[in-house]
Design a protein around this ligand. Structure first.
Ligand code: A2P
Length: 315
């Protein structure tokens, strides 16, 4: 079943479902992208800091070259890393991502975090090693993001990990409105309030780590994990003849978001995008709402001392 499109506040369209590429391993990412395109994925969520833009670009190019898709069929997202917030660094960073991806334009360019850092000794492994927090007004960064649009480097611009107060600040000073805020959305953190606030600003939500990031490198023993063997999810899945992962992804989708689960496994890639032939009932949505406990999987500890650390505010 085709993935529906969402109209963004600048009149462009974005697929309602996509592929996350954080932790798509070197040597694996290119094949994953090719397989995903064959399955029907069109939205690819990337970031400079994931260190795999080049390989992802190769996968995209391979499927454009063999005629499976055209560039216009694809919706490629990538993100400005924290060390490039200063105005003069934004356009060069954007151009570097374009070069890495082998593209002439990016569909959606996001500020990855509201927090600026400087790099003392860069280590691309997350979380955030080798950089130090600095103060920098992200409204100035936004102006440079707007210049990326004027220069034709990107079609749309948006935010990631911005809380409601930070979104409001951007809205007050911007000339071009953000089309998106990409945030963590899971059954543990269903983000109903922040989603409503963003939608009131006409900003759509992209939901990262919708399966609650089981492979996050900072997970410790005893940390809360979302079990795909959970009896409530299993019984809901049985009703719709869907896996628990599909139930969770459908729940995240039905919060009004664009889920971007990561997978490098062809069966799971197929399974994850196959959620557009059913809808969870109000009763089942309410049951999954009971999982909501505000626990984040991606809390960015290293940014805690930054004056713009977004998670001091609940929404
Ligand atoms: P894999 O790449 O081996 O499929 P999130 O997007 O929340 O971070 O979740 C991604 C993680 O969940 C990856 O480790 C991925 O592993 C795994 N995953 C993705 N899809 C499924 C699925 N349908 N069932 C179980 N695990 C999944």
């Amino acid at each position: 079943m085709a993935v529906p499109l969402k109209k963004l506040n600048n009149g462009t369209y974005c697929p309602s479902f996509g592929l996350g590429t954080w932790l798509a391993a070197p040597g694996e990412a290119k094949e994953t992208i090719k397989t995903a395109i064959d399955i029907g994925y069109r939205l690819f969520d990337c970031a400079w800091v994931y260190g795999n833009e080049k390989e992802i670009g190769e996968g995209l190019q391979a499927k454009i070259s063999d005629g499976t898709v055209t560039r216009a069929d694809l919706f490629v997202v990538t993100k400005l890393w924290n060390v490039f917030h200063e105005e003069d660094k934004v356009i060069p960073a954007c151009k570097e991502s374009l070069k890495n991806l082998g593209l002439e334009y990016i569909d959606l360019y996001l500020i990855h975090w509201p927090c600026a850092t400087i790099c003392k000794k860069f280590d691309s492994s997350l979380p955030f090693k080798g950089s130090e927090n600095i103060e920098y007004d992200f409204c100035k960064t936004w102006k440079a993001m707007e210049n990326c649009v004027s220069l034709g480097l990107v079609k749309s611009i948006g935010l990631s990990n911005f809380n409601s107060e930070q979104v409001a600040r951007i809205m007050k000073s911007c000339s071009i409105k953000p089309v998106m805020n990409q945030i963590e959305v899971t059954p543990f953190l269903n983000q109903k309030k922040l989603i409503t606030i963003c939608k009131d600003h006409d900003i759509e939500i992209m939901a990262y780590s919708p399966l609650a990031s089981p492979a996050r490198p900072w997970a410790k023993e005893g940390d809360k994990m979302l079990s795909l063997e959970d009896s409530k999810l299993l019984s809901i899945g049985k009703k719709y003849r869907k896996t628990t992962a599909q139930v969770v992804l459908c729940y995240v989708y039905q919060q009004g978001t664009i889920p971007i689960p990561k997978s490098s496994n062809p069966d799971r890639l197929k399974q994850n995008i196959d959620i557009f032939d059913f809808m969870l009932s109000e009763e089942d949505l309410k049951l999954i709402d009971t999982f909501n406990c505000g626990i984040r999987m991606c809390h960015a500890e290293e940014l805690k001392d930054n004056s713009e650390y977004p998670f001091n505010l609940v929404e």
